[in-house]
Design a protein around this ligand. Structure first.
Ligand SMILES: Cc1cc2nc3c(=O)[nH]c(=O)nc-3n(C[C@H](O)[C@H](O)[C@H](O)COP(=O)(O)OP(=O)(O)OC[C@H]3O[C@@H](n4cnc5c(N)ncnc54)[C@H](O)[C@@H]3O)c2cc1C
Length: 324
């Protein structure tokens, strides 16, 4: 199959950072297209309903577009609207619901292979984030329909036994929302306590709900298996069965390493399996192929986020403009 279209730059991933990259290269006179396997800002679409960002709005802005909000911290819905408006205002060419599978060709003459066709290009910017591949539990029963690695909202769980696995921000927020919506919540934590990295305005709320017994919690505890109606856990006091109609395994996510390999991007052998790239230019081992945003941190998914990752866009765009 031959490539039917060509752009100077293909951006893989229509997240906040991918959009920032596309608009910055386009403003410098290079033609660009953004390809995403899902919706526009697909990761944010998957975040919990009415989720409040930790960042204030000006720290999430791209392309110098102001992000006005009625709240001190934007909600997911505000951000979805904001990034859509930016994409429309900049007339960014988008190919949504089109998964990228591989990268073929040679420097200066690449072909991005997608599930729908091929796109010829000189440069590729990979801004694929980390939210698509959950850190799985690796126990029997984890594929049961009542088990999810993504939490949306509590309303389907009124009067139900819900087990939340994890001890970071997502697990803390989910457990608190669920108990307030009338679910019977048990938190299962591998470590000895709720993580110190949980935001300072969320952690005391959770710790106090556990102390008063509204949320049951098992610490130093690992999941052994998930049955139809319970979660089997190994606690310091031995094996226990926790009743569970629903299970949320909020144990984090990691970049899609199979995709990185299919794009020809090598990874370092450090603990974070960092995709190989220059710290100054973000160019990978494959000339003309760049990484941007959260994916740059590898398994260290909190290294780059919107606030700091959005700045990769100008760094990369300026280099591409200079190479014309
Ligand atoms: C609950 C939660 C709250 C957060 N709050 C904040 C906050 O307050 N402030 C902050 O700065 N950060 C926050 N973050 C982190 C932030 O959302 C991410 O760091 C951010 O989305 C990274 O942007 P990105 O563009 O690098 O990646 P993403 O937004 O993840 O975008 C990656 C895109 O790549 C697409 N993609 C993946 N694989 C393919 C493929 N094969 N082909 C085509 N497309 C593909 C995906 O569909 C996705 O749309 C939060 C994260 C979570 C989970």
């Amino acid at each position: 199959m031959t490539a039917e279209v060509s752009y100077e730059v293909v951006v893989i991933g229509a997240g906040p950072v991918g959009l920032a990259c596309a608009l910055e290269v386009q403003r410098r006179g290079l033609s660009a297209v953004v390809v995403d396997k899902g919706a526009l800002v697909n990761s944010l679409v998957g975040y919990p309903t009415n989720m409040e960002f930790f960042s204030t709005p000006e720290l999430l802005e791209i392309g110098d577009y102001p992000f006005p909000t009625a709240h001190y911290k934007p909600l997911r819905e505000d951000a979805l609207d904001y990034y859509r408006r930016v994409a429309v205002s900049e007339k960014l060419p988008l190919r949504l619901y089109e998964r990228v599978l591989a990268l073929e060709g040679t420097p200066g003459a690449y072909e991005v292979v997608t599930e729908k066709g091929r796109i010829r290009t000189r440069y590729v910017i990979v801004a694929t984030g980390f939210f698509d591949v959950p850190n799985r539990l690796g126990v029997s029963g984890e594929d049961r329909p009542q088990v999810s690695y993504y939490y949306k909202e509590p309303y389907a769980h009124v009067g139900q036994h819900v087990v939340v696995i994890g001890a970071k921000n997502s697990a803390a927020k989910a457990a608190l929302q669920l108990v307030r919506a009338g679910a019977d919540v048990t938190l299962v934590v591998r470590g000895a306590a709720v993580s110190e990295s949980v935001k300072y305005w969320i952690r005391p709320d959770l710790v106090n709900r556990i102390a008063e017994g509204r949320i049951k919690a098992y610490f130093n505890t690992t999941v052994q298996a998930i049955d139809a109606d319970a979660v089997q856990v190994l606690t310091p006091d031995g094996l226990q069965r926790i009743p569970a109609h629903f299970v949320y395994a909020l144990t984090g996510y990691h970049p899609d390493y199979r995709l990185l390999a299919a794009l020809g991007i090598e990874c370092r052998t450090d603990a974070a399996r960092t995709p190989w790239h220059s710290e100054d230019t973000f160019e990978t081992n494959r000339p003309g192929v760049f990484v941007a945003g959260t994916v740059c941190g590898g398994l260290n998914t909190s290294r780059w986020f919107i606030e700091n990752g959005r700045h990769h866009a100008k760094v990369i765009a300026e280099q591409l403009a200079a190479r014309r």
